[in-house]
Design a protein around this ligand. Structure first.
Ligand SMILES: Cc1cc2nc3c(=O)[nH]c(=O)nc-3n(C[C@H](O)[C@H](O)[C@H](O)COP(=O)(O)OP(=O)(O)OC[C@H]3O[C@@H](n4cnc5c(N)ncnc54)[C@H](O)[C@@H]3O)c2cc1C
Length: 593
């Protein structure tokens, strides 16, 4: 399996911070929350409310409607769906999928359980549930979500075989989220974006009754009988590392959230027990994808002093990540030469975007990256010219959160299940351990997301019955307007003079929502005749909206082409940050900065 030393900074953040209201340790009393009737006219009503529109929340919602739920809503604080999965580019693990069985040489369920369990986890029975359901998860994603996970890598990981946004670097997460986005739209599941849940309300018996959220500055209440919590901890923040003693890895720790752990507080206040498997970091991060091949061919990882601080080839991802985190500011540089530059996917784009520095000598390189030249020269035993890209350590997964049982029901601090409360994904703790393998995160997120969706649906079925959808689907598209507002007020972008352009074929890039968008622009007879998207990492759904237009808002490429008559024109954004990225890329190609 190709290992990657990670990418991007996490941009998601929690906007509201709740202070703990005095909860008793056993979660049975003093959980002073308001109780609303389910038909409370002050709020919405949904049979099932999913908190968090990341991979797990969307999976849970999709599974719920697949199982017959008719009134499900997803509440997502960000102006877009996808969560962390938008940054996942590796694979998703599964054992004994039909694709593996067809190939014949892949690891079995039992072998995978051993692999996941090494070096140990809190809840072996939960690992068994996860692994035994992993193949079915891939089949379901392919058969019913149209995901296309068939390409096999290593013993267990699948990645999509469908054309990714970036041709040589299929983003497992973006493909997954695209398919789930489409499924939710097709199945009438409203997604309330820009909506942050602040509280899960329970009645005097501890059963879930509603969620309270803030939406565009206003408080809304969604009455419900079932809540699926998938909201991860705030930004997977580094305080996890501070709170947990990483020198003493252990399992099954029970903890209380601190003031910043907003999403954990939601569950804690409703009486849930929080549990964690201790682990430091899961991957190092930078803005560049570094594959392991780079290091096999001689690249080195140095710190801000120019010293090699970890033997990448002889270390696990976790050891590399932890070693990186120990460096000043968690920062590192990957240094390599032209012999291995072909191993860096998108090398030219990175260079164009000035994410890599180039130097003929070690001294020049040391000056450029501001490290000690003598130390750097001791670290490098290859010839120039040299290239270096920087990065910082990051947390990709917390392994901490609420405790759930095999049905994804949330366990209370009093030892009982909290009626109507389910959880999966980043919200859950204690399932996988210190040595979680790459690709197993999404496996857990998807498998337990499906279980949570199925369990909540069964609960509604048995106890209340399903009701028709009352939250308007038009709310689904709230994100379009919000995103444009966030990215550029009035959706107006100054394009510059488009007359008397030099003829030719030009390439350029602009910052999209997730990463750079590359375009090719053809100019003939002094005007633009063609704009082609060369590569991008945007979520396909948003890119489609930018390129096809929405709600009477014409697509962004036609707008640019039509805007050529004037010397200086304003271009109305196609309502997404992706549109703005395309416009900026065209400007960049034409030198219209
Ligand atoms: C760089 C990177 C690469 C990765 N690569 C892989 C890989 O190749 N394979 C793999 O298996 N895993 C990978 N992972 C891990 C994987 O992407 C995550 O485990 C997974 O996406 C988590 O999904 P989730 O839905 O559980 O959580 P999240 O993605 O965190 O989703 C939770 C959602 O809840 C929302 N939310 C939070 N609080 C609230 C609130 N109060 N109200 C409303 N909404 C709220 C958040 O905005 C977010 O959208 C990678 C992670 C990173 C960072």
């Amino acid at each position: 399996m190709k290992r990657y030393l990670s990418i991007f900074y996490i941009a998601l953040g929690l906007t509201s911070i709740m202070m703990l209201s005095g909860c008793a340790d056993d979660g049975t009393d003093d959980t002073t929350v308001d109780v609303y009737e389910t038909e409370d006219e002050r709020g919405y009503y949904a049979d099932i409310v999913v908190i968090g529109g990341g991979a797990s929340g969307m999976t849970a919602a999709a599974q719920a409607v697949y199982d017959g739920a008719t009134n499900v809503v997803v509440v997502e604080q960000a102006p877009f769906t996808g969560g962390i999965a938008l940054q996942a580019f590796g694979g998703i693990n599964a054992a004994e999928s039909r694709y593996q069985l067809a190939e014949g040489e892949y690891g079995t369920v039992e072998e995978m359980i051993d692999w996941v369990m090494n070096p140990g986890v809190t809840h072996p029975e939960m690992v068994r549930v996860m692994v035994e359901n992993s193949a079915d998860a891939i089949h379901w994603l392919n058969d019913f979500m149209d995901a296309g996970f068939t390409e096999l890598m290593g013993d267990w990981a699948h990645r999509p075989d469908v054309g990714p946004m970036s041709p040589d670097n299929a983003g497992v997460g973006t493909v997954l989220i695209d398919s789930l986005n489409h499924s939710l739209i097709d199945n009438d599941v409203p997604v309330l974006l820009n909506t942050t849940v602040n509280q899960i309300l329970v009645d005097e018996n501890g059963a879930v009754t509603a969620v309270v959220a803030t939406r565009m500055g206003e408080e809304i209440i969604i009455n419900t009988n079932a809540v699926i919590l998938t909201a991860g901890p705030a930004n997977l923040h580094q305080s996890i590392l501070i709170n947990f003693d990483v020198d003493k890895p252990g399992y099954g720790v029970v903890f209380t959230p601190d003031a910043e752990d907003t999403s954990w507080q939601l569950a804690y206040e409703a009486g849930a027990e929080l549990t964690a498997v201790l682990r430091p970091l899961a991957a190092t991060g930078s803005q560049i994808n570094y594959s392991l091949d780079l290091f096999e061919n001689g690249a080195v990882l140095v710190n801000q002093e120019g010293s090699i601080f970890v033997d990448v080839l002889d270390s696990t991802d976790k050891e590399i990540a932890f070693a990186t985190h120990q460096q000043p500011e968690g920062a590192f540089f990957v240094v390599f030469n032209s012999d291995v530059r072909d191993e860096v996917s998108n090398f030219e784009e990175y260079q164009d975007a000035e994410l890599l520095v180039t130097a003929e000598t070690i001294e020049q390189l040391a000056e450029l990256i501001e490290v000690d030249a003598d130390t750097l020269s001791e670290s490098i035993d290859f010839e120039g010219p040299f290239y270096a890209g920087s990065g910082t350590s990051m947390v990709v997964d917390a392994s901490a959160g609420v405790r759930i049982n095999e049905n994804a029901e949330v366990m209370g601090r009093n030892g009982n299940v909290i009626t109507g409360l389910y959880a999966s994904g980043q919200a859950v703790g204690g399932i996988q351990g210190y040595g979680r393998h790459g690709g197993s995160s999404l496996m857990e997120v998807i498998v337990f997301g499906r279980i949570a969706g199925a369990s909540a649906t069964q609960f509604i079925d048995a106890s209340f019955g399903h009701t028709p959808l009352t939250i308007p689907m038009s709310d689904q598209l709230i994100f379009a307007a919000d995103l444009a507002t966030e990215a550029e007020s009035n959706q107006t972008i100054y394009l510059g003079s488009l007359t008397d352009l030099e003829d030719g074929v030009f390439t350029g890039y602009g910052e999209g929502f997730i990463d750079l968008i590359y375009v090719q622009v053809v100019v003939e007879g002094g005007i633009i005749t063609e704009i082609e998207i060369m590569s991008h990492s945007e979520t396909e759904m948003y890119m489609e909206m930018a390129l096809e237009g929405i709600d009477g808002n014409p697509d962004i490429v036609s707008q640019i082409l039509e805007a050529q008559n004037g010397d200086e024109v304003d271009v109305v954004s196609g309502a997404t940050a992706s549109s703005i990225g395309i416009v900026e890329a065209v400007k960049n190609a034409l030198g219209l900065e």
